[in-house]
Design a protein around this ligand. Structure first.
Ligand code: DX5
Ligand code: ZN
Length: 224
């Protein structure tokens, strides 16, 4: 069975009960808690910031993966990590210098990752591949949960998989947007290691049931 991690995005979870949500996630089988920070400038939406991240960090021991969709990530890296981030990913399309941003993330003791939007080519991350832990391929336009998976992301994942394997790099491929019990298998079979899952996990079933359904769907596709 293919190994992959489930990163639960709390963007569309019940914000009035974040503590309950993080407790539920801890026993759900999801390995990572994915936290989407938006500034209303880099993306046309605003989500949540440091006080909420600190509250989540206090309420759970889960690995916290913070996805920064902001214009100037460099400026907020120290605070993000102080607030509890274990992994910080930032967009290559932002205004910060990627080399300096990666260095700053590492200096503050977190893992570092770069994110590319759907219109950015996979080759754009190549200069940073020796420096990062994670490359995040967006499979929707960043900013909102509940959008449909863009299949064009699969070719990028395949190219990155082959580059990482050929060069024996320890970089994980993460995919974010539109992951459900149909698209999870497509992403894992293309080579993704970490699936960010938002609305699918928080709609129509418990989070544990959602996690199990995703694992079953991927495992089923391996036998087809
Ligand atoms: C979107 C965010 C995602 C979002 C995914 O910009 O980066 O993490 O929560 O939500 P779904 O899984 O609903 O596409
Ligand atoms: Zn995200």
């Amino acid at each position: 069975m293919q190994k992959f991690q489930i990163c639960a995005s709390v963007l569309n979870a019940d914000m009035g009960n974040l503590e309950r949500v993080s407790k539920e996630l801890e026993t759900s089988g999801a390995e990572v808690l994915h936290f989407d920070v938006m500034d209303g400038v880099f993306v046309p939406n605003i989500s949540f910031g440091f006080p909420v991240l600190e509250a989540v960090d206090k309420s759970t021991d889960m690995f916290l993966d913070v996805h920064l969709m902001i214009t100037n990530p460099m400026r907020y890296i120290p605070h993000t990590i102080k607030a509890g981030a274990d992994l910080v990913t930032f967009h290559l399309e932002s205004e910060s210098n990627p080399y300096e941003t990666i260095r700053l993330i590492r200096e503050h003791g977190a893992k570092a990752g770069v994110v590319i939007k759907p219109a950015t080519s996979w080759e754009a991350v190549l200069p940073f591949m020796e420096l990062i832990d994670v490359v995040l391929v967006m499979s929707v336009e960043p900013g909102f949960g509940g959008q449909s998976f863009m299949e064009s992301s699969l070719d990028k994942i395949k190219s990155l998989r082959s580059y990482i394997d050929t060069n024996h790099l320890p970089v994980k491929i993460q995919v974010d947007g539109g992951i459900n019990d149909k698209t999870a298998a497509l992403a894992v079979n293309a080579g993704a290691d970490m699936l960010v899952v938002g609305s699918y996990l928080f709609k129509g079933h418990t989070v544990s049931e959602g996690v199990q359904a995703l694992r079953a769907a991927v495992s089923q596709s391996a036998h087809e």
